[in-house]
Every structure is written in C-alpha cells, then in structure tokens.
Design a protein around this ligand. Structure first.
Ligand SMILES: NC(=O)c1ccc[n+]([C@@H]2O[C@H](COP(=O)([O-])OP(=O)(O)OC[C@H]3O[C@@H](n4cnc5c(N)ncnc54)[C@H](OP(=O)(O)O)[C@@H]3O)[C@@H](O)[C@H]2O)c1
Length: 449
C-alpha cells in the first residue's frame, strides 16, 4: 500500500476540479514513487507477525474545497431509490473508482453475490479512514474498485459454509476497500465479507458506533498484542508493573483504541494530542496527555517515566513524530533489564529520517490489511496471505465484542455526513486535518443521486 510511504507527500499531487463531473485528484506528473517499493521491501518482512454522539449533516467548506468537490454524476441510466427496500435489489449505489484511477463517482452497480464462505451485508453505516482518500489520490487503486474499509450492517445472505451468523444478524468489521479487488469496499450499500472475520454488534451499540471500531481496534490489537505481546484485556495476567507506554497521536482513531486497550492491560499510558482533547483522553484511560507540537514534550516524557520508557505506538509516523518518540525513550542503561525498546509504526519511516538513537530501537511496521488473511498485490509488490494474522483477527474481534458488550471500551465519537454523495466532502474535511478525535460516518442506504 503506497500510502504507507510517507515520501508520497501531498505536494507531489494536485487536486483538480474534474471536467468530467467525476470527483478526484490528478497526479502531478512525476515518476512513480519508488518509496512504495522501498516500503514494501522493508516492511513486508517485518510484518510481524454512554458515549457522546456528534451529529452533523453538513460541514463548513472553504470555496477552494468546494471547487474540489465537483459535481455528482451517476453513470447509470434511470433513477434509483434513496433507500433500498427490504426485498433484495439487483443493483446498488456505490462509490466506484474511474478508469484514470484517481477519480471516483457514484454509480449503480450489481449487488455482489457471496461465495460459500462469505456473507452479504446490507451496510447501514460506513466509517471513513485516511486510507480511503489516500488510496485514490495517490493512485493506489484500480478501475472499478470501491473505497471504504469500515462497515456495520445487517446480514442479508449467508454462504452455504457459514455457520457463525444468520440472515438478519447485526455485524460489523473491516474489509480491504479501495485496493484489494473490484467491488469490495464499504462505500456501497452491500458488501460481501468473510464468513468468520467480523464481530457481532452488541445490543447496546448503534450501527454508527459499531462502524467506528473495525480498522481502529484491529490495528490497535495487532500492534499491542500480536506484535508487542502485551497482556490482553481478558488475560489473567495484567501488567503488574504498570509499564509505561507512549501513544503518540492519542486522538487518532487508532490512538483512541490503543489508549483504552493499554489501560485495560494494566499499563501506564502517556499520550500526545491537542490539549482540547486532553480531558477526553484522560476519560478513556490516559494517565498523562502532552501537546504534540511542543518541542519539550519528549524531554517531559523522559522526566515522567524516569528515563525508563521502552514501549511506544506511533499512530502518526510522519512529519518527524517517530524521531520525537525515539527521543522520549530511555537509554539502554536505564530501561529495565531484559527489555528492549520497541515501537509500532503505521506508515513507513525510512531509517535515513532518524538519528543514530534509532539503531537501538526495534521498529515494527504494521499493515492491518494483512488481518484479512488474503494475499494482495500493490504496485507489483506482492504481500502473501498471513494465516496467523487472520486467526488473530478473528480472536481480536471476539475481544472487541466482549469489551463492547461489557461497556469496557468506548466506540468513537461519530460525525454523521449522510449518504455516499457526501464522500467528497468527507475526504476534503479529513485531508484538511479537520477531524479531531471523531469518526466520519456515512449512511449508504440514504444515498441520494
Ligand atoms: N498501517 C495500518 O494498518 C494503518 C491502519 C490505520 C491507520 N493507519 C494510518 O495511521 C494514521 C492515523 O490514522 P487514524 O485513522 O487513526 O487517524 P485520524 O483519526 O484521521 O487522526 C486524526 C488525529 O490526528 C491527530 N494528529 C495530527 N497530527 C498529529 C501529530 N503530529 N501528533 C499527534 N497527533 C496528531 C489529531 O489530533 P488532535 O485532534 O488532538 O490535534 C487528530 O485528532 C493515518 O496515516 C492512517 O493512514 C495505518
């Protein structure tokens, strides 16, 4: 996934209003980023492995942003219902990537048919992740692909081998939208998903809240438990030492989950965020919240931890955050005997961007898509299926389901943008860095053409 290469800086791309009435961004002519190949070459081998609800129907946009949004075009003929009936429709509305792979439009396409090991889900809520807009804008997608990785909905049809759920059950989870295969993402009214790899939505959770969990929770557990091997929330052994962990970017979707999980595992949580989010992050379990834009923050963290910090989860992994995390770590002499300094990166950070202290730190680059258990190819680089990640994913959903049912973890605060026709607005909002400790949610069944 090219978006994991932080060398694909946004200044290499220019967003242009489309002449063809489709949304999208055109790439500034430059050679294909070699940094993606570098990321894959480097990261693939180390792939180790009552809530507050914010509702909004519209967002403030600058005139420039509005230019980017362009006009909606449905490429299908005829009219479509804004809501699908309960009787099964043969077609659905979805956001589909165009032939130039950097534009997308709302289209009428066939409802997919689930395989024997799959489930067809009618999507009531789809959540937005940064990968959704990055995948399209940075040319990582393909014609006919559907973006969107987080869904929550109702089981519409069950493959003949699936035993875990029945028609009418409420389920949620993540898929590999945008860059895995055509017709696969969640910015659609239906999606077919693996018959095992999802969670059942507890009664105390809305579709919106459930949709906010998948990518963020799975990425958090892949790092904390599968990679770092920390005690899980339902393990009998909690971390009795209250080991400190630094969560850089605590107000990100992933960070909000990492904070809660690390707390449940018995760790002491130090995090960075805008201070307007400090109280919220403390309510989720953060012991210390420091500003990420203060150059003294690494030194302050060293003071708080008496120079003993050796674990960190960098949910940002760009614009120099990994160096700041490394600066906050203790020295080899000060950290507890037998421990090594370890840090999770969610984007590829080239070693050349870090100083010599980085040599003493084991960095793990994660890619949550590996939890789908399928091989995939992106830009001629092949990532093999990872059965251990798939098995862990199913296990992790079990933890999530139980934690949600027992109110031990909070889903994210949501900002509802309505139907899929509002995806361009959501992309601009996120690209401009306006989302803060919240998840953007669409209601595909309310899509208007
Ligand atoms: N490798 C993977 O499998 C994987 C999985 C998921 C996500 N990701 C990547 O991980 C990153 C985070 O994704 P997300 O969905 O969790 O993010 P998100 O929810 O969109 O993050 C928004 C938050 O980022 C915080 N932030 C911005 N700059 C920061 C900085 N320099 N230091 C600390 N916090 C900062 C802001 O905090 P304030 O509001 O407090 O200012 C804001 O609330 C993205 O690049 C995404 O593509 C990778």
């Amino acid at each position: 996934m090219l978006q994991f290469s932080d060398q694909c800086a946004s200044n290499r791309y220019r967003a242009l209003p489309s002449k063809k009435k489709v949304w999208g961004c055109r790439r500034v002519p430059q050679s294909r980023s070699s940094s993606f190949l570098a990321w894959c070459a480097c990261a693939a081998p180390v792939l180790t492995c009552s809530q507050r609800r914010l509702h909004s129907t519209s967002l403030p946009f600058s005139p420039v942003s509005r230019l980017l949004i362009g006009r909606l075009e449905t490429l299908s003929t005829g009219t479509h219902p804004t809501n699908l009936n309960t009787t099964m429709s043969q077609t659905q509305l979805a956001i589909v990537v165009g032939s130039d792979i950097t534009s997308y439009s709302l289209k009428s396409i066939d409802v997919p048919k689930p395989d024997a090991d799959e489930i067809l889900v009618k999507i009531h809520a789809a959540a937005q992740n940064p990968a959704d807009w990055k995948t399209i804008e940075r040319s990582f997608s393909n014609e006919g692909f559907i973006p969107g990785c987080d869904y929550a909905g109702v089981v519409e049809e069950v493959g003949s081998n699936v035993k875990k759920v029945k028609k009418g059950d409420r389920i949620a989870g993540m898929v590999h939208g945008g860059s895995f295969r055509a017709g696969h993402g969640c910015y659609a009214q239906f999606v077919r998903v693996d018959g095992e790899n999802f969670f059942r939505i507890p009664d105390n959770l809305s579709f919106d809240e459930a949709a906010s969990c998948g990518v963020a929770f799975q990425t958090a557990t892949l790092g904390l438990y599968h990679t770092l091997g920390l005690p899980e929330p339902y393990d009998n052994v909690r971390d009795k030492e209250a080991t400190p962990i630094l969560v850089w970017g605590g107000a990100t979707s992933v960070g909000l989950m990492v904070i809660q999980l690390a707390k449940l595992s018995g760790l002491t949580v130090i995090t960075t965020a805008s201070l307007k989010n400090a109280e919220y992050l403390r309510s989720l379990g953060a012991n210390y919240v420091l500003p990420y834009n203060d150059p003294n923050t690494p030194a302050e963290i060293k003071k708080i931890t008496n120079g003993k910090l050796y674990l960190a989860y960098d949910t940002i992994s760009e614009n120099g955050t990994t160096q700041l995390v490394i600066d906050a770590f203790g020295s080899d002499d000060d950290i507890p005997k037998g421990k090594k300094k370890e840090l999770i990166n969610l984007l590829y950070v080239p070693p050349a961007m870090l100083d010599a202290k980085a040599d003493t730190v084991t960095r793990h680059s994660l890619l949550a898509y590996t939890m789908q258990g399928k091989e995939f190819t992106a830009y001629r680089v092949h990532l093999p299926a990872m059965p251990a990640h798939y098995a862990f994913s199913i296990h992790s959903y079990g933890i999530l389901e139980r934690l949600l049912k027992e109110n031990k973890i909070q889903p994210q605060r949501v900002k509802i943008l309505g139907g899929l026709e509002n995806v361009p607005e959501g992309f601009v909002y996120m690209k401009e860095g306006k989302n803060s400790a919240e998840k953007i949610i669409y209601h595909p069944l309310e899509t208007r053409t």
